[in-house]
Design a protein around this ligand. Structure first.
Ligand SMILES: Nc1ncnc2c1ncn2[C@@H]1O[C@H](COP(=O)(O)OP(=O)(O)OP(=O)(O)O)[C@@H](O)[C@H]1O
Ligand SMILES: [Mg+2]
Length: 349
């Protein structure tokens, strides 16, 4: 186990493909950090620079306070688990897991003990003699995990390891990973574009956009206090609603109504409201025309358009009687609204 430090790391591929800019991050020993962001934002590049698979264009990388920026990958003692498993197809599960230990020339008995113990943790003991092609996706991903675990690396890196699994298996493996982390107490850096995975797995979340860090904070902090409109819209599902609003003399006018807004400077803002902070009620002062109703069993997600033509999504109880073409009245949970500047998008309140 080890701490990791990125110090103003940048990566430019070729002449001008800028993937990562001024990336600085301290990961504590034993911490689970999740890098999240849309496709192409630099997540894999960050892991590859740490693993030594790509050379940083600028900046330094440290593991346990040792500068490893110019160290070869094999000397870094890092294990990486990928989306596509990258197992050796001609080897059995046992040999796949034992491979790195054999390369290190560990005694046979020790290798066997280590593989058996890890297979037991991951529930793949009965498949040890099989080849990867005779396994399901979830089982293959467990083998890939096992291959990383037996090495006892200083740092685990995961690059979208669950993306190839179906929805149910993803959730199951996600829980197993969380359990594995509390059991191994290892330093883990995990990449995903799935905000639900980031929220549920990370001690801290790093939100990236276009190669720049937007926010680094524990999941609930990111959810409750997103630092700008991008983070606000990226974290949370269904996504936050955004409306244009005007503040004038302590009054915030938005949609077809107004709210009190003491201590807010006059001007134009973007207001963010999470779907669960839209309080559906027949007496509500706001309303929108309903276009789609998603009945999920435990709740309804209602999507529509406001009088001023803005898209809106609300969550409500499953027994609310609402249909496409209808009108839904609501209030807004005022202490939960987010105000962003229109120009810079940064958070105002
Ligand atoms: N070998 C390369 N040569 C040139 N540009 C590259 C190379 N690898 C990545 N890039 C560019 O760098 C940027 C970041 O890529 P990266 O693979 O880190 O994104 P990512 O966040 O992992 O995306 P995804 O979610 O799609 O995997 C992208 O714009 C990508 O096109
Ligand atoms: Mg990637």
């Amino acid at each position: 186990m080890a701490s990791v430090r990125f110090e103003t790391v940048s990566k430019v591929y070729g002449a001008d493909s800028r993937a990562l800019s001024d990336f600085s991050l301290d990961v504590e020993d034993g911490e689970f950090v999740v890098l999240v962001g849309p496709s192409g934002c630099g997540k894999s590049t960050t892991l590859r620079v740490l693993a030594g698979l790509e050379e940083a264009t600028a900046g330094r990388v440290f593991i346990d306070h040792t500068d490893i920026t110019d160290e070869t990958p094999s000397k870094r003692d890092i294990a990486m688990v990928f989306q596509n498993y990258a197992l050796y197809p001609h080897m059995t599960v046992f040999d796949n897991m034992a491979f790195s230990l054999k390369m290190r020339k560990l005694p046979k008995e020790e290798i066997k003990k280590s593989v058996m113990e890890t297979a037991d943790i991951l529930g793949i003991t009965e498949y040890l003699h099989r080849k990867p092609k005779a396994l399901s996706g979830g089982q293959r991903q467990r083998v890939a995990l096992g291959r990383a675990i037996v090495r006892h690396p200083k740092v685990f890196l995961f690059d979208e390891p669950l993306s190839n699994l179906d929805a149910k298996l993803r959730v199951q493996m996600r829980n197993e990973l969380a359990r594995l982390h509390s059991r191994l107490k290892a330093t883990m850096i995990y990449v995903t574009h799935d905000q639900a995975e980031a929220m549920t797995l990370g001690d801290r979340i790093v939100v990236l956009k276009d190669g720049y860090i937007q926010q680094v904070a524990p999941p609930l902090e990111v959810y409750n206090n997103p630092c700008n409109r991008f983070v606000a819209g990226f974290i949370g599902s269904p996504a936050m609603n955004f409306f244009k609003a005007v503040v004038s003399n302590n009054e915030l006018s938005l949609l077809n109504g107004s709210l009190e807004a003491a201590e807010t400077a006059n001007g134009i803002y973007t207001v963010g409201v999470r779907p669960e902070d839209i309080l559906v009620s027949p007496q509500g002062q706001f309303s929108f025309s309903v276009e789609v109703v998603e009945t999920l069993g435990n709740e309804k997600v209602v999507i529509g358009v406001t009088g001023s033509g803005e898209q809106i999504t609300a969550r409500c109880r499953p027994d609310v009687d609402i249909h496409p073409g209808g009108e839904l009245h609501f209030d807004v949970r005022m202490n939960k609204i987010h105000l962003f500047s229109v120009q810079g998008d940064e958070r105002k309140i």
